[in-house]
Unconditional design. Sequence first.
Length: 308
Amino acid sequence: MILCCGEALIDMIPNKTLDGQEAFVPHSGGAVFNTAIALGRLGRSTALLSGVSTDLFGAQLDAALGQSGVGTQYLIRSDLPTTLAFVKLENGHAKYAFYDENTAGRMIAAAALPVVQSDVGALFFGGISLACEPCADTYATLLERDGGRRAVVMDPNIRPGFAPDEQRYRARLMAMLAQADMVKVSDEDLAWILPEQDGLLSQARALQALGPAVVLVTKGAEGAIGVLPGGETVEVAAEPAEVVDTVGAGDTFNAGVMARLDEQGLLTKEALRQLAPDALKLALAHGARVAAITVARAGANPPWATEL
């Protein structure tokens, strides 16, 4: 099983009423939630570990997980409210306003963490959960406690605006990255993580030197690059798509890569540290393919395996 660890929230997506007035429609979302949904739809054994409210939006998130085959046994439930993210689309790209103070997802504490069962072979971390305290410290504790024997995949999705103390955020994130086996970053993420390095490949290799065996770099319409344990690189082009919006594109890409590696028995700590170029290229191509379907329709709506 792949256990996705991080936020589940409600994206308030702009729309119009029948008489033309501005409105927002609540869609289940969150970076880590989206990755879990995509993995479930791609037929992988998956569960979500997150703080989820008992309010009406929490019930919506719970139902959406079940409908996509994602396990809910690791949800930490409370009567605190659900995080809301109001979305503004500009030329198909999403900008967000988050309402996250004292929410069920943000306030989870290490003492509430469930026991991770032996059938969990991989942990995935990412999203705003790595920036917002106290949950960021809780996920760091989870990684320290349960990451040693399992494959650890991270998408840091750098959001310094969510961290009032950037120094604490950077120190925690760098410690987590050092424990990861595979990390996916954008070029913007790399520039923030390693500002002293020049050039995308130099930055990616410097990140790899911190601990991860495999570093993936996404470049939007220019595709993605993978840096392997031995230093070799592989590259795939982006799949052609008529972009409706980019909501959930990176999350679906992560799921596609992990799903293909998992299908091949390669989503383990040992296998990732010996990964062959052909295997990584196949996984990157799969990630690009499923992400292309997501960007071609509104919102984070990952494809089912039957659509591929």
